[in-house]
Write a protein of this length. Structure first.
Length: 221
């Protein structure tokens, strides 16, 4: 199954093309498990946080791999920055630890990142980090020229998913009502990567995972 953040919800696409949406990851997994136990989950959220100023190699390698879409891969802040109670406090901690600030976009993801961190550490299932733009690049065997927010980018990604065996139905139930088209496509390609992980076919960035925060860190595609 592939999972992506969509506003106030998580959205997921399973390998049988069922789609799910829920406000918490625990609820999302419970809903999908009710239709059959999910063994591998690919999620578009950093798993394993840096504890100092050096960027994660996973982020560095993914940025290099996606070419013109490199801005879609943000550098994961340390846990102390994400755990700050306010944006101002997070910015001050980022300046102290990394000698640079943190964007509001990255700060807005802090609750999601910490939520996933808690689930990963308490779950026995395999939950792996993916990045949609990296997955689409690997699926296509080329760089993706247009952003997913454009018509050209949307259609390109839909065709790539169809070629990869993911022809999404028009009716996705509640997931299709609460998630935008780009979030659904991201969840679907995350599922494509999760399926490759299950089959032992996925690429890893970096190939030799980096051990951070008690977790072997790499992005799968």
């Amino acid at each position: 199954m592939g999972v992506d953040a969509a506003g106030k919800n998580w959205v997921a696409v399973a390998s049988d093309l069922r789609a799910y949406a829920a406000p918490t990851l625990v609820e999302l997994l419970a809903a999908s498990d009710a239709d059959g136990l999910v063994e591998v989950v690919g999620i578009d959220i950093p798993i394993g946080l840096p504890d100092g100023p050096q960027p994660r190699q996973a982020d560095v390698r993914a940025r290099a791999a996606v070419g013109p879409r490199w801005r879609s891969v943000f550098m994961t802040p340390p846990r102390a920055v994400l755990a700050a109670m306010t944006y101002q406090a997070a910015s001050e901690e980022a300046l102290r630890v990394m000698s640079k600030g943190i964007s509001r976009q990255a700060w807005a993801l802090a609750p999601r990142i910490l939520e996933v961190d808690e689930v990963v550490r308490s779950s026995r299932r395999q939950i792996v980090e993916v990045h949609p733009e990296l997955s689409f690049t690997v699926l296509a065997g080329r760089y993706i020229p247009a952003a997913k927010s454009t018509w050209a980018g949307l259609e390109d990604r839909r065709r790539l998913l169809a070629d990869g065996g993911f022809v999404l139905p028009a009716d996705l139930g509640n997931a299709g009502l609460v998630a935008g088209p780009d979030d659904v496509l991201d969840a679907a390609v995350a599922c494509w990567s999760a399926r490759r992980v299950a089959a032992g076919e996925a690429k890893r960035y970096p190939e030799q995972p980096e051990h951070l925060d008690g977790i072997d860190v790499c992005i799968h595609a």
